[in-house]
Each structure stands twice: as structure tokens, then as C-alpha cells.
Design a protein around this ligand. Structure first.
Ligand SMILES: CC(C)(COP(=O)(O)OP(=O)(O)OC[C@H]1O[C@@H](n2cnc3c(N)ncnc32)[C@H](O)[C@@H]1OP(=O)(O)O)[C@@H](O)C(=O)NCCC(=O)NCCS
Length: 173
């Protein structure tokens, strides 16, 4: 399959939003909980201070999807900073449409993101996946990732919006 992986352009953002909604469907997240939209992605990815880097997988028109789409996957990453390791990359989203899986497109997306991160001096890449999706864990292990929950006993924490509001209001700075 003649699939090209290339840097995301602003014109691709409606397709990225479509794929984000597909992911929301997989994880049974109601669409009204999805707060990002094309304009926000445009500002965050292509504005004055870009916050993420994105690569897309695109097939030629003759291999378009059942619904007529040619942009069929993406990886979206943000650069982070570790006090131990310096610049790192965090892969927030990696997705290939189901009908295009098993053709090394996911691996190509990851290796493209890794190549860009390596050139920018990153020494680590991190990603978190749900234990309810063991197939994603198997994919990451297959391409060489280490499962830190198993290896080092790491837990992932989150503070929700309401907590942020309360904690920020209580701050005595
Ligand atoms: C994970 C995902 C990106 C893999 O994409 P893909 O294009 O099918 O994977 P590839 O064809 O590049 O596979 C690369 C390697 O991993 C292996 N692999 C892929 N999926 C696997 C699985 N479920 N179990 C075991 N190995 C797997 C392949 O066999 C291949 O190994 P090989 O190179 O030795 O042949 C894709 O399945 C996907 O998008 N899943 C949904 C991810 C998701 O939930 N994203 C949202 C949250 S971030």
C-alpha cells in the first residue's frame, strides 16, 4: 500500500478532528465531553508558540476509505522536559483507522515522530495506554517500548478540571 507519512498541515486539521472523534467512539467518550475543535488545534499546532507536533498517514485517492477519506492515521506529540533526562517527547495520540491496520502504518508514524524527536535532542519518548486495550500494549511492546507499570511500578495520576478550580482558588501565592 502506497501510504505516505508526512508532517501535518493546517488543512489536515478537519481530518484530525474526525479521527479524534473516532477515538472518542472507541473509548465511549461522549462527544459533548470533547473540548478541542479545529480552531483550537490550529492555534495550538500552528500558532505563534506551537504546542504539539503531528504527522499524518495518507493514502492515494484510489485507496481511499469506505467513507472516501485519504487521511487515515496520525500521531500527535508534545515536547516535555525531564529534570533527569532533559527534553522528552510525549505521544498523546496514535491512531490508524481499523481498515488500514496491520500494514506497518502505525510503526511508520511512530518512527517518524521518533526521528523528529531524536533530531531535536530528545532522549526518551513516553506514552500511556489503557490496560483495557491490551492490543495497544502489545503493539508498543512489539515495536520496542517498555511497560513502566510492569517494569518500575509507575502509576498514572490525573487532577480533573473541578479539582484544578478548587486547588487554584485555595492557593496562597
Ligand atoms: C496500535 C495501532 C496504531 C497499530 O497500528 P498498525 O498500523 O496496525 O500497526 P503496524 O502494522 O505498524 O504494526 C507494527 C508491528 O506491531 C505489531 N502489532 C500491531 N498490532 C498488534 C497487536 N494488536 N498485537 C501484537 N502485535 C501487534 C505488528 O504485527 C507489527 O509487527 P512486525 O513489524 O513484527 O510485523 C492501531 O492498531 C491503532 O490505531 N489502534 C488504536 C489505538 C488507539 O486506541 N489510539 C487512541 C489512543 S492513543
Amino acid at each position: 500500500m502506497a501510504c505516505v507519512v508526512r508532517a501535518c498541515a493546517p488543512r489536515d486539521l478537519p481530518d484530525i478532528m474526525r479521527l479524534i472523534k473516532e477515538i472518542a467512539g472507541i473509548y465511549k467518550v461522549p462527544l459533548n465531553e470533547l473540548r478541542t475543535h479545529v480552531e483550537e488545534l490550529k492555534e495550538a499546532g500552528f500558532g505563534k508558540h506551537p504546542q504539539f507536533e503531528c504527522f499524518v498517514a495518507e493514502v492515494p485517492p484510489q485507496q481511499k476509505s469506505k467513507e472516501g477519506h485519504t487521511l487515515i492515521g496520525y500521531v500527535l506529540s508534545v515536547y516535555t522536559f525531564s529534570t533527569w533526562k532533559g527534553r522528552n517527547l510525549y505521544m498523546d495520540n496514535l491512531y490508524v483507522m481499523p481498515e488500514y491496520r496491520g500494514r506497518r502504518i502505525g510503526k511508520k508514524l511512530v518512527t517518524t515522530a521518533i526521528e523528529a524527536a531524536w533530531q531535536r535532542g530528545c532522549s526518551q519518548i513516553r506514552m500511556h495506554v489503557s490496560s483495557e486495550k491490551p492490543e495497544n500494549i502489545r503493539f508498543l511492546e512489539r515495536i520496542g517500548g517498555e511497560d513502566l507499570s510492569v517494569k518500575d511500578g509507575w502509576n498514572l495520576f490525573r487532577f480533573r478540571e473541578e479539582q484544578l478550580r478548587q486547588m487554584a482558588a485555595q492557593s496562597k501565592f
